[in-house]
Design a protein around this ligand. Structure first.
Ligand SMILES: Nc1ccn([C@@H]2O[C@H](COP(=O)(O)OP(=O)(O)OP(=O)(O)O)[C@@H](O)[C@H]2O)c(=O)n1
Ligand SMILES: C[C@](O)(CO)[C@H](O)COP(=O)(O)O
Length: 261
């Protein structure tokens, strides 16, 4: 689409940029949560984790046609043989593709689907379905940093625990200075060509294992990964206690936003 002149800003906060493609990784099994069903099908309140996640993305506006860029597609990775998550994805206008053996393989499958579509989004955000309550503000910070010229952007939080290195026997090897450490969240945002290029490079190096997408940028490009503030509400629902926290966060949000009888 032909770039349009910038829109007039009418509010104190600039509008959240749209036109991004979003990859939602939801092909994990949720072993640590232990519910016996794919984690993204587990309910938080009255909706599944995937429904919360897709609603959050739509509400944030990052995929919307914003006058400068066309609406960006949303691709959800689902476990092989899945039908339940596929139905949820389709009901919210997203496309479902089969995930891979690990998270990185799932992301690559989704990117291949987007590449085959021939789309050229403004950029691409990769988001864990398991971080289904990530607030709009986090999407906004990541999207704005990309629009402002960053090529790889991750939301982070300070580390609150004392961190120690241990050896194989469990003996402590000393405290790690936590002032320079950050806990990493999603959505992680990238220049479209950059994320494709580092994933292509990674495909030739199956021995390289990563836990997030920014790691591929660090390993297979010379670009810097930029950080923005994350949010406690973007927690990754991983273990049973996380589900309790997510339920409480959701209840708090509903209490704030729903009109009282
Ligand atoms: N092969 C995989 C593995 C993980 N994921 C997704 O990556 C995100 C982060 O993974 P995690 O929270 O660890 O989920 P699970 O892999 O399902 O958890 P577990 O290790 O407990 O099975 C999740 O949204 C998960 O669905 C994926 O799309 N494909
Ligand atoms: C991408 C991620 O959520 C950033 O913290 C995390 O690395 C996913 O890791 P997991 O081992 O797949 O849960």
């Amino acid at each position: 689409m032909t770039p349009q002149p910038p829109r007039v800003q009418t509010t104190a906060n600039p509008p959240i940029p749209g036109g991004f493609a979003v990859v939602v990784v939801a092909a994990g099994s949720g072993t640590r949560l232990g519910q016996g069903i794919p984690k993204a099908l587990v309910r938080v309140g009255d909706r599944t984790i995937l429904e919360h996640c897709l609603t959050g993305i739509t509400t944030s506006g990052v995929t919307a046609d914003d006058g400068d860029w066309d609406e960006g597609p949303v691709v959800v990775t689902v476990p092989a043989g899945d039908t339940g998550l596929t139905d949820v994805a389709r009901s919210q206008g997203a496309v479902a593709v089969t995930g891979g053996a690990d998270r990185a393989d799932s992301v690559r499958n989704a990117l291949e689907h987007l590449r085959a579509l021939g789309c050229r989004p403004r950029g691409v955000l990769v988001h864990d379905a398991a971080r289904c309550l990530a607030p709009t503000e986090v999407f906004a910070r990541v999207a704005r940093a990309l629009v402002d010229g960053q090529e790889a952007v991750i939301p982070v939080l300070p580390v609150v625990d004392t961190i120690r290195a241990v050896d194989g026997t469990g003996a402590c090897q000393g405290v790690v200075d936590r002032s320079g450490l950050r806990a990493v969240q999603t959505p992680q945002g990238f220049d479209w060509d950059l994320l494709l290029a580092v994933n292509d490079a990674a495909a030739d190096h199956p021995e390289v294992s990563v836990t997030d997408d920014a790691s591929l940028v660090e390993k297979f490009s010379d670009r810097t990964v930029h950080t923005v503030a994350g949010d406690d509400a973007a927690l990754k629902i991983t273990r049973p206690l996380d589900l309790v926290l997510a339920e409480a966060l959701l209840a708090r949000t509903l209490n704030r936003t729903e009109p009282r009888p």
